[in-house]
Design a protein around this ligand. Structure first.
Ligand code: SAM
Length: 328
């Protein structure tokens, strides 16, 4: 019986954070400080968790962090993951990265069995990019990473851009041009209250409606039908060249179709980005649980998955961890 929560949602999508270290300090995510808070586990432990979860119906695994490419051994880990076989289809193995180290790793990752990559990039202007990431000279490296991923056949190639008012809302049209020129899907993400500096306010969110209105000034868009559990609303330009997506968890929540759970770098299960508690799967392993006992534990956790988030509501309680320590 595949994993389900008490609202009848099937859980098929797993995100594993393999480190909570990051080499970028993006203004919408981190403080300017270095360092991991929670640390990480040997790859063998993540692999065992993934194996048990694939046995419970997980068909997609996304590696994230922190910055997952900071972790030595990531290519071998992907190779081991690719040996896991869900019942019905090959395992879809994706990666979310800031792209800084991708240029040299794209081909080895593809050869090891990585299916897809999403690169986070929040400006198409080098100076603005440096202001947002608080890292000088990253822009050219990330662009090289995106191009290497395309050459390696990591497809579809998505570029995620978090829009934060006052930092990069003027990048909407330049990103439309970028999507057309580079042949990538650019996805704009509404800023969520998951940042370390607690600067979020409703007014800092650049909403789906605003993004669409701004992009329409550049070129007409046509909506593309999307799958129920897909997070992004998808649009192509009317002339057929270029695609954009908008992930709008704040203005148009999609919790009713959520199919995701997460494992943090220290081996805790989180059933929602906005969970106020997590569930220590790694502690079960340390205490000698069998695979069957781990599966029972996972089922007992997933059944309690939160119905929805409460962003912007008076009863909103901030998540117990920020994005970099959850794994986005
Ligand atoms: N380091 C990798 C990267 O940059 O893609 C993976 C981890 S990062 C936390 C995962 C994703 O979360 C990125 O696309 C990032 O832009 C997004 N993100 C981080 N903080 C966010 C926030 N407060 N609201 C919305 N998205 C956020």
């Amino acid at each position: 019986m595949p994993l389900h929560d008490k609202f009848g949602r099937a859980i098929t999508d797993l995100r594993i954070s393999i480190t909570d270290r990051c080499n970028y300090k993006c203004v919408y995510c981190r403080t300017g400080n270095e360092g991991a808070l929670y640390g990480d586990l040997p790859f063998a432990d993540y692999l065992r968790m993934a194996r048990v979860l694939v046995g419970l119906g997980i068909t997609k695994v996304r590696l994230t962090g922190g910055e997952p490419l900071l972790r030595g051994g990531v290519v071998d880990f992907v190779r081991e993951l690719a040996k896991l076989q869900p019942a019905s289809e090959p395992l879809d193995i994706a990666l979310t990265t800031n792209g800084h180290l991708l240029a040299d790793l794209a081909k080895p990752l593809k050869d090891a069995g990585l299916t897809r990559v999403t690169v986070s990039m929040d400006a198409v202007d080098p100076d603005r990019f440096a202001r947002i990431t608080r890292v000088p000279n990253g822009y050219d490296q990330v662009l090289a990473g995106i191009r290497a991923a395309r050459r390696a056949g990591l497809w579809p190639l998505k570029v995620n851009c978090v829009l934060m008012r006052g930092f990069n809302e003027d990048q909407i049209i330049p990103f439309g041009m970028f999507a057309r020129e580079e042949g990538v899907t650019v996805r704009f993400i509404e800023f969520m209250p998951l940042e370390e500096e607690r600067t979020w306010a409703p007014s800092t969110v650049v909403t789906l409606d605003e993004i669409l209105a701004r992009m329409a000034e550049y070129r007409p868009l046509v909506e593309i039908p999307h799958g129920r559990s897909e997070t992004a609303r998808r649009y192509r330009f009317e002339d057929g060249v270029g695609e954009i997506g908008i992930i709008a968890p704040v203005s148009h929540p999609f919790c009713g179709h959520c199919s995701r759970i997460r494992i943090t770098s220290d081996g805790k299960i989180r059933t929602c980005l906005f969970s106020v508690w997590d569930h220590d799967l790694h502690a079960q392993m340390r205490q000698g649980a069998t695979d069957q006992e781990l599966a029972d534990f996972i089922r007992s956790v997933v059944i309690k998955k939160e119905e929805r988030h409460h962003i912007g509501e008076p009863d909103f309680v901030p998540a117990s961890r920020t994005m970099v320590h959850i794994g986005g």
